[in-house]
Ligand binder design. Structure first.
Ligand SMILES: Cc1cc2nc3c(=O)[nH]c(=O)nc-3n(C[C@H](O)[C@H](O)[C@H](O)COP(=O)(O)OP(=O)(O)OC[C@H]3O[C@@H](n4cnc5c(N)ncnc54)[C@H](O)[C@@H]3O)c2cc1C
Length: 483
């Protein structure tokens, strides 16, 4: 077996990995990056590219007033909603850390040539406009390519991390598999940035038995939970693993310019509303059927996004013919589209049919023939489970103790998962906390404080075995069990 040694090894090069590599290299560390694909970027280069920043320069330029505590309150509200279905836990300190550090991420990205065009309003999620749309998601990759060309950074492409190496409880490197065979990479800091487990249906189903968790998946197919498994094997504590939210699979940037109709030819929900509500609305339709409808201008501009949809689009020269093709009443579809165009012409921001908020410049009418309909399909894009970490992004083990030498960021983190429903926190969270994880790994930041664990505090008196009667009477009463 070949051997390499370095200061920091970063596993995965999505936004979290790219930022970790850049930060560790900037600290002067000798860095090895391991990437299963042939290039850097991970999921973010294929994404819609909506990024949330708190107190950013872009907000200041537009006179928008934001602050970390408002963001924390927004996150708490969305997490509470997700908690009802998924039993989410949220790490408020981590949410606050992201909130504090995200403005710097905006500065770093823009200094590296990434451009943002406008804010995407999501008033029900973000009470202040703070989610910015990137002009070209590919620039996330070009922004970080120079770091991977630095003399103190080596990158192993088409190489998969398989197992962590440990020595006396400390993580000391990783075994990888690549074109040159197996290699052992020794390091004093390992950053898990391998993304989520969304491309691994078996793992999704293990944590989320809901049938929707087995649905189709859109995204990079190497995100199979390898980091989660490797970290778990050395004791890492995973949280929020059940949060495999079903989504109507569609890029947010396509949704902005589309309306959705049901088998009666009518709109039936706020197309850009919270993900959960979109799924509920679709599942509530006869035959669970719905279609996104766009005109020719949108279809041409967003052809790639339409091509990524799970089921093929259909096109017709008129709305009436489109209606016949998809089996909905022609007059109803024409009336729906007419109503939508009429609403856009008023200049009002709130759509009277569904309450959808549409701000300029995202006010595209559906007027130019031919017209396109794309079947709506429920599946999975993201998962939110990952490791508990300290504030220096060190992975915490199942007994509450930080694991020396092991750090996690991006979709390998669990504690930020509750913010997912807000929108825009995944890529920005990856860049922000990835930067902190890379820096901490390079500096060798080590936190030894033992946290609470599911087992309880590690106190000698608690080691005495006692027989305990756990009172579940309230839960039985709630569930209507008549014992
Ligand atoms: C269609 C789509 C649209 C999206 N839109 C948005 C959006 O608008 N806003 C937002 O915030 N989020 C969005 N997301 C989600 C976002 O892209 C991800 O959550 C984010 O990229 C996660 O960052 P990451 O660095 O943790 O992992 P990823 O970007 O998933 O990258 C992980 C990397 O690790 C590599 N890897 C995996 N296993 C191994 C291994 N064993 N060894 C070596 N390398 C490995 C993978 O090849 C990949 O390059 C979208 C995702 C998709 C699919």
């Amino acid at each position: 077996m070949k051997e390499l040694s370095c200061d920091v090894v970063v596993l995965g090069t999505g936004p979290a990995g790219m930022a970790a590599v850049a930060a560790a290299a900037a600290e002067g560390a000798d860095v090895v990056a391991v990437e299963a694909m042939e290039h850097i970027g991970g999921n973010c280069v294929w994404s819609t590219g909506y990024l949330t920043f708190v107190n950013s320069a872009m907000q200041a330029e537009q006179g928008l007033v934001d602050d970390v505590e408002t963001f924390v309150a927004d996150a708490a509200r969305m997490t509470a909603e997700a908690a009802e279905g998924y039993g989410m836990v949220v790490d408020e300190d981590l949410v606050r850390l992201f909130g504090r550090e995200s403005a710097e991420t905006y500065d770093i990205l823009t200094a590296r040539g990434v451009r943002f065009s406008r804010f995407i309003p999501r008033p029900r999620q973000h009470t202040v406009d703070r989610m910015a749309a990137v002009v070209d998601p590919w620039t996330f990759r070009t922004a970080f390519e120079p770091d991977f060309a630095l003399p103190n950074v080596r990158t192993l492409f088409s190489t998969t991390a398989r197992r962590l190496l440990t020595d006396d409880g400390r993580v000391t490197g990783v075994l990888v598999d690549g074109p040159g065979g197996a290699t052992s990479v020794r390091a004093r800091g390992v950053v898990l940035a391998t993304g989520g487990y969304q491309a691994n249906p078996e793992l999704r189903q293990r944590y989320q038995p809901n049938f929707l968790a087995r649905g189709p998946y859109l995204g990079v197919d190497t995100c199979r939970g390898d980091g989660h498994l490797m970290g778990q094997a050395v004791g890492g504590d995973l949280v929020n693993m059940t949060f495999v939210p079903p989504l109507v699979i569609v890029s947010s940037s396509l949704v902005e310019d589309a309306i959705a109709v049901n088998s009666s030819g009518a709109r039936f929900h706020d197309e850009a509303g919270p993900y959960e509500e979109r799924v509920e609305a679709l599942l509530g339709q006869p035959g669970r059927r719905g279609w996104y409808v766009v005109d020719d201008l949108v279809a041409r501009e967003k052809a790639t996004l339409i091509g990524q949809m799970p089921e093929p689009a259909v096109q017709a020269p008129t709305l009436a013919e489109l209606a016949t093709t998809i089996g909905v009443p022609a007059a109803a579809l024409e009336a729906t589209v007419e109503g939508w165009n009429a609403f856009l012409a008023t200049g009002a921001t709130g759509d009277p049919v569904t309450g959808r908020v549409v701000m300029p410049p995202g006010r595209r009418t559906c007027a130019t023939a031919p017209f396109t309909a794309i079947p709506m399909v429920v599946g999975v894009n993201f998962v939110s489970g990952g490791f508990r970490t300290t504030r220096s992004l060190q992975v915490i083990d199942v007994f509450g103790a930080p694991i020396p030498g092991l750090y996690a960021a991006g979709d390998c983190l669990g504690g930020l998962g509750g913010t997912a429903e807000l929108g825009g926190t995944r890529i920005s969270g990856g860049f922000t906390l990835g930067r902190l994880a890379g820096r901490a790994a390079a500096r060798g930041d080590a936190d030894t404080t033992v946290r609470h664990s599911v087992q309880g505090a590690f106190l000698p008196s608690r080691l005495d075995t006692k027989i305990a009667l756990v009172d579940l009477s309230d839960s039985f009463a709630d569930s209507g069990d008549a014992r």
